[in-house]
Design a protein around this ligand. Structure first.
Ligand SMILES: [Zn+2]
Length: 189
């Protein structure tokens, strides 16, 4: 059983041609391993259990290399200790599907960001009351926005930061001035 984490620091995919989410959509649509991609839709991000790793934009590739299945993942936040459990779940599912050799790799470049989250993923987040990264604009310094994040409940941008940390460290807590509801904003990297 081969298992290792390979840190790729260069030679990442060329995403200049399209947005990261389009790049992933095209890669999946063009893959001969549709069954394996579909199988891995069952793996969810423990940080945001309503989203699969595909919807989060963490699943970058599923391919066969000889007898081996190679799965390429990108972590969302280095501080979020979800990768180990995600890797364990991937291996368990693939083994269950009869795959003997599994190689789960971590790709750090290009880094994950909010624009890797799939369209369905963003819709699910909003429906769950969490503002996806795309619904906030970073300030010039690239920091967490203090205001102006779009409220997932009513769509208003009349919102303000309450706490830099929401229900998990990857989220920040906001309140909407329009509908008075608090909500989590999923931070950018
Ligand atoms: Zn609101």
């Amino acid at each position: 059983m081969l298992s290792r984490v390979l840190l790729v620091t260069n030679a990442g995919p060329n995403i200049r041609e399209s947005s990261p989410r389009q790049y992933l959509e095209q890669r999946r649509a063009g893959s001969p391993e549709a069954g394996l991609w579909n199988l891995l839709d069952r793996v969810h991000d423990p940080e945001l259990p309503l989203l699969s790793i595909w919807e989060m934009g963490m699943l970058r590739d599923v391919r066969r290399s000889g007898d081996k299945v190679v799965v390429v993942l990108s972590p969302t936040y280095s501080g979020c200790p979800a990768m180990e459990s995600i890797e364990a779940e991937i291996k368990s599912l693939l083994r269950g599907a009869g795959v003997a050799e599994i190689d789960v790799r971590t790709e750090l470049t290009p880094a994950w960001g909010g624009d890797w989250i799939s369209r369905e993923g963003m819709e699910k987040m909003r429906a769950w009351g969490i503002a996806p990264p795309e619904d906030g604009e970073l300030d010039v310094a690239g920091l967490l926005p203090r205001q102006g994040v779009r409220c997932p409940h009513c769509g208003s941008r009349e919102t303000g930061l309450i706490s830099e940390f929401g229900s998990t460290p990857c989220k920040a807590l906001f309140r909407c001035n329009q509908c008075s509801e608090p909500f989590d904003y999923f931070k950018r990297l």
